[in-house]
Design a protein around this ligand. Structure first.
Ligand SMILES: O=P(O)(O)OC[C@H]1O[C@H](OP(=O)(O)OP(=O)(O)O)[C@H](O)[C@@H]1O
Ligand code: HPA
Length: 182
């Protein structure tokens, strides 16, 4: 941690716990069941958007019974800040997506720029179907046109959240719950 980072302890002291680990694990089990039904036996590419989706992806993969092929992309537009800017691609998919079903797995659908760009990139690479899977979606009117989650775990108020993979200035990703700044 660099010394210029705002204090995680101070943020936690002023934050609300929205969903604890047990609640999230239960939601993710249900998502896995729904995804199995949608895949109907097809072996999908399980494409994780790093870094934020890391923890969700691990839990979700264990909740899906259909075999999947793992790959990941790294795209970031917040870069440790609490408001987004343009998307930076740090790693593109390695698996050939031609004619594949893709489970596009991310932690949060906020304004939607990230998932829209990655989803469109998968389609450009020839994916037959992209199912957008997000642990949470923020409720506000800033969502870009043309993107929605096909599978969503929980809905969030319009507040900056962290934990369960999501960062507060690159801190707090391994907190076992979702917290919201006041
Ligand atoms: O819907 P949007 O407004 O585009 O925001 C959602 C994206 O922002 C976060 O990534 P971030 O850029 O913070 O990178 P990270 O995954 O490394 O935390 C999050 O993991 C999503 O990918
Ligand atoms: O509220 C958020 N928290 C963490 N990462 C994010 N990326 C987009 N919105 C958020």
């Amino acid at each position: 941690m660099t010394t210029s980072n705002p204090s995680l302890a101070a943020a936690l002291a002023g934050a609300d716990l929205l969903f604890d680990r047990a609640a999230l694990e239960s939601v993710i089990v249900d998502m896995g069941r729904d995804i199995d039904a949608a895949l109907d036996g097809e072996r999908a590419v399980f494409l994780t958007v790093m870094n934020g989706a890391l923890i969700f992806a691990g839990h979700l993969a264990l909740a899906i019974r259909t075999d999947v092929e793992f790959d990941y992309v790294h795209a970031t537009r917040y870069r440790g800040a609490t408001s987004g800017s343009e998307l930076h691609w740090l790693r593109e998919p390695a698996v050939d997506l031609t004619d594949r079903v893709v489970l596009l797995v991310d932690d949060i659908l906020d304004e939607g720029h990230t998932l829209k760009a990655v989803r469109d990139d998968c389609l450009r690479r020839g994916a037959r179907r992209v199912l957008v899977v997000s642990l949470c979606t923020k409720q506000h009117d800033r969502l870009v046109d043309g993107i929605k989650a096909d599978f969503n775990g929980v809905e969030l108020p319009d507040r900056y959240v962290f934990g369960f993979g999501m960062d507060y200035h690159e801190q707090g990703r391994n907190l076992p719950g979702i917290y919201a700044l006041k």
